[in-house]
Design a protein around this ligand. Structure first.
Ligand code: ATR
Length: 279
C-alpha cells in the first residue's frame, strides 16, 4: 500500500510536517508521500473537491482551515467535536473522518517526559489561553484523570467556554494579571497561546514571578525552540517541557490513525530540536 498523505493550510511552505511524516514512513518501512496543498481561501471549496479526487489516505489541516474543514467532513471523532476544530482527516473507505490530535499529542509529550507527574491526579494545573489548542489539552488532561485544571486568559468568557467541556474538573478562572499571584500553587503551567512565537520572541503571556523549582513549565510554541517564558522558567530553576514534543506526538497519533501502525518519535526529538535551533 502507498500512503498518500498531505497538509492543507495557508501559508504552509515552512511546515515541518512533511519532514516529520517522511521520517515516520521511513521508521515504519512504509512507502508514501506527504504533499503540501496550499489553498488560498477564495478557492478553498474547489481545491478541496479536487483533493477528494486524489484519494489521499489522510491529511493534516492547519491554519486557517481547522474549523472551516468541518463543514466538508462526513463525521467527527469525539475530541474533534468537543474541541470544534480538526487537524487530521482520515479517509475511511471514501468518507472523510475528522480528528483533533493536539490534546493527545500534548498528554503523550507530558507522560513520556514526566511519567511521575501522572502518579498524582490531584496535581494542580494551569492552562494559559482558551483557543483550540487549550480546548484539546484541557479535554485530554480531564480524560487522563486530572482533577484540578485552572485557566487564565485575556478574554474570560473564552476561558468559561473551555471549562464547560468537563463538568467534573475543579476549575478556577483568572485574568492574565491576577493569576501571577497564585503561580506558586501550580505543579504544571501550560502556555497554549501564540504569544512568544517568532518574530515576537521577547513576549510572554504572563510573568512568572513566583514559581516553585518543582513546577513543570510547558510552552506549545516551538519557534523559537526555547521561548522567553521557558527561559524565564529555566532561570527560576523550574522543569521545562518544550513545544516541539507536542508537535512530534500529535504527528505520531495522526500517523497511527492513517496507517494503524505504532511508531516511535524518540529518535526525532534531537534532530527536530537542532532544526529549530538552525543547526
Ligand atoms: P489556537 O486554535 O491555535 O489555540 P486561537 O483559537 O486563535 O488559536 O487561540 C488563541 C489564544 O491565544 C486565545 O486564548 C487568545 O486569547 P483571547 O481568547 O483573549 O483571544 C490568546 N491570545 C492570542 N494573542 C494574544 C495576546 N497578544 N495576548 C494574550 N493572549 C493572546
Amino acid at each position: 500500500m502507498f500512503y498518500k498523505l498531505g497538509l492543507i493550510g495557508y501559508p504552509i511552505e515552512h511546515s515541518l510536517s512533511p519532514w516529520i511524516h517522511m521520517k515516520l514512513l521511513e521508521e515504519t518501512n512504509l512507502t508514501g508521500s506527504y504533499m503540501l496543498y496550499e489553498f488560498p481561501s477564495d478557492s478553498f471549496q474547489n481545491r478541496l473537491e479536487s483533493l477528494k479526487m486524489e484519494n489521499l489516505v489522510g491529511f493534516n489541516v492547519t491554519v486557517p482551515y481547522k474549523q472551516k474543514i468541518i463543514h466538508y467532513l462526513d463525521s467527527l471523532d469525539e475530541t474533534a467535536k468537543l474541541v470544534g476544530a480538526v487537524n487530521t482527516v482520515y479517509n475511511k473507505n471514501g468518507s472523510w473522518v475528522g480528528y483533533n490530535t493536539d490534546g493527545i499529542g500534548y498528554t503523550r509529550a507530558l507522560y513520556n517526559t514526566y511519567p511521575n507527574f501522572y502518579k498524582n491526579k490531584e496535581n494542580r494545573i494551569l492552562i494559559i489561553g482558551a483557543g483550540g489548542a487549550a480546548r484539546g489539552i484541557f479535554f485530554a488532561l480531564a480524560q487522563a484523570g486530572f482533577k484540578n485544571i485552572d485557566i487564565t486568559n485575556r478574554t474570560l468568557s473564552h476561558a468559561e467556554n473551555v471549562a464547560k467541556i468537563s463538568a467534573d474538573i475543579n476549575t478556577n478562572l483568572y485574568s492574565l494579571k491576577d493569576v501571577t499571584k497564585y503561580l506558586a500553587h501550580y505543579d504544571l503551567i501550560i502556555q497554549t497561546t501564540s504569544v512568544g512565537m517568532k518574530p515576537n520572541v521577547i513576549e510572554t503571556a504572563i510573568s512568572l514571578d513566583d514559581i516553585r523549582p518543582s513546577t513543570i513549565v510547558s510552552d506549545i510554541v516551538y519557534q523559537p525552540y526555547t521561548t522567553q517564558l521557558l527561559h524565564d522558567a529555566q532561570n527560576m530553576g523550574a522543569q521545562l517541557l518544550h513545544g516541539h514534543l507536542m508537535l512530534l506526538y500529535q504527528a505520531q497519533y495522526a500517523f497511527e490513525i492513517w496507517t494503524k501502525q505504532s511508531v516511535s518519535v524518540e529518535k526525532l526529538m534531537e534532530q527536530l530540536k537542532q532544526k529549530l535551533e538552525g543547526r
